[in-house]
Design a protein around this ligand. Structure first.
Ligand code: UT7
Length: 331
């Protein structure tokens, strides 16, 4: 029997209707469309306005889109993983709730947290379960309601992030398609540069932490940028070299959507023209766990069976890495 590889066999996604444009942000903080566009590439982002809906709402919608398109019976799903930096609740996994709501009644479920690398690390986790032969259907969802942790008076963070969710199904493949190789890294030295200070075990919530706005995302953008731009390019180049892929062999770069300048630098290092680089940052901003599956969702029709895709991401922690995957179907 040939070796089992783990292929993506279906994609789904969801973004909320409300569009927060750069023009509207100009009325909220001291910023302007020109600064945001040239420094980040973002024009607008989607926001989940409903106060009573959390990340699970986005994740469920994305999963339902996948199930509807693929006609997969949710009762056949073995495992549901939700990558998220904004779980519904600090305790009681979002994935467990999502699995029940979508009818994945025979699955177990858990959350995964590695900030903006959530989906990338999740691909590794999901694929390993399939490759081992232990499970046949693993649903991986990346979902974040970033608006729930943003300070809309802080122009350095509120212009960057948006809400959204994407989902993929991993299944066994015997044609050698699916995940081929991964190079995943992390470095705890990055912790001070991108974090939420309070609300965890180190600094539990108190009147003081609320007053000091320590429950919002803090980012030292310049430092994170420096690490992201070199590390994302390094790992993408490394995975190409290790798999003897020339720029002609790579059909698509699927890069985390944090900043267009970081994406351009990565593509440049790989020797890729713009038409091989997936990009939707202009429409959604940085949706943290959802950027990679939202790209697959937007570009699905252009993907062909056998295409070589290189995924790359960088996030808080720090966490980063690259994955080489062969696309498994024509849509
Ligand atoms: O997804 C997880 C990983 N995250 C990332 O990869 C994000 C990495 N970082 C970045 O993308 C960029 O650092 C930012 C987009 C966050 C910031 O861009 P930058 O080019 O690094 O700007 P900066 O922080 O160096 O700020 C330059 C100037 C400053 O003014 P002065 O000190 O030069 O007078 C800022 O105060 O721009 C100012 N500034 C703004 N101006 C208008 C900062 N934010 C804004 C804003 N509008 N929204």
């Amino acid at each position: 029997m040939s070796k089992i590889s783990a292929a993506i066999t279906a994609v789904g996604a969801y973004v909320p209707d409300f569009r927060l444009t750069n023009k509207v942000l100009e009325t909220m903080v001291d910023t302007n469309d020109e600064w945001i566009t040239t420094r980040t590439g973002i024009k607008e982002r989607r926001i989940l306005k409903d106060k009573d809906k959390g990340t699970s709402y986005l994740a469920i919608k994305a999963a339902e889109d996948l199930l509807k398109k693929s006609k997969v019976d949710p009762a056949e799903i073995d495992l549901v993983i939700v990558g998220t930096a904004t779980p519904d609740l600090p305790v009681a996994s979002t994935a467990v709730y999502v699995a029940s709501e979508i009818g994945a009644t025979n699955a177990f479920a858990y959350d995964l947290q590695a900030a903006c690398s959530n989906f990338l690390y999740g691909m590794s986790t999901a694929a390993s379960y399939i490759e081992s032969g232990r499970y046949k259907k693993v649903l991986l969802i990346g979902a974040d309601k970033m608006s729930s942790i943003l300070d809309y008076t802080d122009r350095t963070t509120c212009i960057i992030f948006g809400d959204g969710a994407g989902a993929v199904l991993f299944e066994p493949n015997e044609e050698g398609l699916g995940l081929q190789d991964e190079f995943l890294r992390s470095d705890g030295k990055g912790r001070p540069f991108l974090r939420i200070e309070a609300g965890g075990s180190l600094l539990p919530a108190s009147e003081e932490t609320v007053k000091n706005k320590q429950h919002y995302v803090y980012q030292d953008g310049k430092s994170v940028f420096k690490f992201a731009v070199s590390n994302m390019a390094d790992v993408a180049a490394k995975i190409m070299e290790r798999n003897k892929l020339s720029h002609d062999d790579v059909h698509w770069l699927v890069p985390h959507q944090a900043n267009k300048r970081i994406i351009d630098a990565t593509a440049n290092r790989m020797g890729l023209d713009n038409d091989k680089v997936m990009m939707n940052i202009q429409r959604y901003g940085n949706t943290t766990s959802a950027t990679l599956p939202l790209l697959l969702w937007d570009y699905e029709k252009q993907l062909k069976k056998g295409d070589n895709l290189v995924f790359a991401a960088f996030g808080g922690g720090f966490t980063w890495g690259a994955i080489y995957l062969k696309w498994a179907y024509n849509s």
